[in-house]
Design a protein around this ligand. Sequence first.
Ligand SMILES: Cc1ncc(COP(=O)(O)OP(=O)(O)O)c(N)n1
Ligand SMILES: Cc1nc(C(=O)O)sc1CCOP(=O)(O)O
Ligand SMILES: [Mg+2]
Length: 213
Amino acid sequence: MTPKFPRRGLYLITPDSDDSDALVARVEDELPFAACLQYRNKRAHGERRESEARRLRALCEAAGVFFIVNDDVALAVRVGADGVHLGEDDGDIAAARAVLGPDVAIGASCYDDASLARTAVAAGADYVAFGALFPSSTKPAARRASPALFAEAASLGVPRVAIGGITPDNARQAVAAGADLLAVIGGVFDTPDPVAAARRIASAFDPTSPESP
Ligand SMILES: Cc1ncc(COP(=O)(O)OP(=O)(O)O)c(N)n1
Ligand SMILES: Cc1nc(C(=O)O)sc1CCOP(=O)(O)O
Ligand SMILES: [Mg+2]
């Protein structure tokens, strides 16, 4: 049975990489702290992209982590992903739903715009993402999203993902604004200790967990 998209937690996204083995090894270490993993490698194409997606799909299956493919509905189908993430240039949500059927999750980038989120949910999206919440070194030109968007989108009834510049130090701010999941690349993978960073971001959802220095 296809798992349901998680309601809360760390939504890890793979960093760009030219080395498949290194990419898979890096992700494996942080998976225990993730509710969800998105395969996003803008440097991989064709067979390498498919092979990386298959390897990560298998790791997620074993770890019980929800697996999402970025941008590419056909690749998501080929590797049996649990979901696909679509941005403004990645095709129509209703068309993706028609291909994927009811059980594969669709996530939608909504940038800084609550009306995009309403349209996406009406078209069949299972979660919405707003960003960039903080300045992002991965995507420095990303337009900035107001923290107020998360409250505005609460009535949509789907998980709200925050993305862009999230780090262990600002993760609690994003959760306090109403984000249900925190999507992170650099705040985990560009740190000296990615496992510790992933653990700290995951702990932002636990109000009883003391903030570590
Ligand atoms: C969870 C999540 N949110 C937003 C994005 C960005 O999607 P998009 O605007 O299509 O940009 P690219 O990631 O394709 O460069 C995302 N991937 N994941
Ligand atoms: C891929 C992406 N999309 C964004 C958006 O705002 O839609 S920000 C972003 C980059 C996320 O990486 P980092 O965690 O390193 O900032
Ligand atoms: Mg995209």
